[in-house]
Design a protein around this ligand. Structure first.
Ligand SMILES: Nc1ncnc2c1ncn2[C@@H]1O[C@H](COP(=O)(O)OP(=O)(O)OP(=O)(O)O)[C@@H](O)[C@H]1O
Ligand SMILES: [Mg+2]
Length: 373
């Protein structure tokens, strides 16, 4: 799929912007704090209905204004359609084909993007919650059913935790009510874990050869989805439901004491190994970058397998950090298939044959001029 046209109104430091993109590579260049990342963020918003940089939608509205709007025409193999997202006093309004969507989950994933930003390096060494967020956002934008299961799980988990906290120590603990919540939680937990495992196994297979070539055949990458407890065996998915029931029965007293649900997908993690060694402990900076890049490229292929269309790739300030060889492998992996937007402070750092055909946009203080204008 492609983003053909983009319009911004009162969004971040853009008062009004109307751009038409080409199908291949678009390069956004300019000094710091001019609006390069803001523009990538706008495209990301149209995919996830949420910024990758902030949880506060108000920050997206241009200072001094009361609403912001991001609109685009999306082109897919079969048809074109408009998407729009606006933020204002009435909150967030998401439209597909000019029709307001009652649920954001009906908007999310209409446009598929893969974003690679400097923060993503944290994926390897940062906290497990970042890796779960990665799994959730990738699965969420491609499987509406997953998104719904996740929302349900989080709601039930909150409810269960609240009950444990408020009543765990009381004599009149309502075991029947609590069992109903637990059953519901387990049903969603199994659904989420099943999706995640399938996704991680697919990524593992797709990322390995990409990673091998990016690391000059030196390093073998492997990925594994891991439970937070050895008491659950994810190799036996068909009995996971019973395993969870047993686990929750056995840990009830402890959960009551602590007032919190101790086990479940909200505690799980994604494990990266390089040559069978834990990457979280041993990967160098460069190796972390290569792992994340492999992961993103694998994701692109995975989305194409799943949806039948390549997603949009957004590269925020990451290309100039890669050596020529890896820049070249990256570009050849996506060339002719994936519409790509990349930001860079200077074009000089890029050693790309693709530059010749790229659309180059100069970003300055919320204004954009195109090369040749
Ligand atoms: N709501 C807003 N209203 C007006 N301006 C904003 C708003 N939010 C952010 N900005 C401006 O946008 C600027 C940041 O833009 P952006 O992050 O896109 O920079 P950049 O071009 O990617 O820079 P760098 O090269 O440093 O990454 C901030 O310095 C801020 O002045
Ligand atoms: Mg930036």
């Amino acid at each position: 799929m492609k983003v053909k046209q983009l319009q911004l109104k009162n969004y971040r430091n853009y008062e009004l912007l109307d751009l038409t993109f080409n199908d291949g590579l678009t390069i956004l260049t300019g000094e710091n704090a001019q609006g390069k990342t803001n523009l990538l963020e706008a495209i990301f918003l149209l995919s996830m209905a949420k910024s990758h940089r902030t949880n506060h939608d108000n920050e997206l509205i241009r200072w001094g204004e009361s609403y912001a709007q991001v609109e685009a025409t999306i082109e897919t193999k079969n048809y074109d359609f408009p998407l729009s997202l606006s933020f204002g006093p009435k909150g967030k309004i998401a439209k597909v084909n000019y029709i307001e969507q009652a649920k954001l989950s009906h908007f999310i994933g209409k446009l598929n993007v893969v974003l690679f930003a400097p923060e993503d390096l944290q994926l390897i060494k940062g906290s497990p919650s970042l890796r779960r967020k990665f799994l959730d956002s990738e699965l969420g934008q491609s499987h509406p059913v997953y998104l719904q299961a996740l929302l349900d799980y989080n709601r039930i988990l909150k409810q269960r935790n609240r009950y444990l906290k408020e009543n765990g120590y009381k004599k009149q603990f309502d075991q029947v009510y609590f069992d109903v919540i637990t059953d519901q939680l387990i049903e969603k937990a199994v659904e989420i874990i099943t999706y995640r495992i399938e996704f991680v196994e697919a990524l593992d297979e797709l990322a390995r050869p990409i990673h091998k070539s990016l690391s000059n055949q030196r390093d073998i990458l492997s990925l594994e989805y891991k439970s937070s407890t050895s008491k659950l065996d994810y190799e036996q998915l068909d009995t996971l439901d019973q395993q969870f029931h047993r686990l929750y029965e056995n840990s009830l007293e402890r959960e009551k004491e602590r007032g919190v649900t101790a086990y479940g997908p909200h505690r799980d993690d994604l494990y990266f190994a390089l040559n069978e060694k834990d990457a979280q402990n041993f990967a160098s900076q460069g190796q972390q970058r290569t792992i994340v890049l492999s992961l993103k490229l694998a994701e692109i292929e995975w989305l194409n397998n799943r949806i039948g269309e390549y997603p949009i790739l957004l590269l925020d300030d990451v290309l100039s950090e890669l050596d020529d060889n890896r820049q070249h492998i990256l570009m050849s992996q996506i060339e002719g298939k994936v519409q790509t937007f990349l930001t860079t402070a200077t074009i000089k750092g890029l050693n790309l044959t693709q530059l010749e055909h790229a659309q180059i946009l100069y970003v300055e203080d919320g204004q954009i001029t195109e090369e040749g204008e």
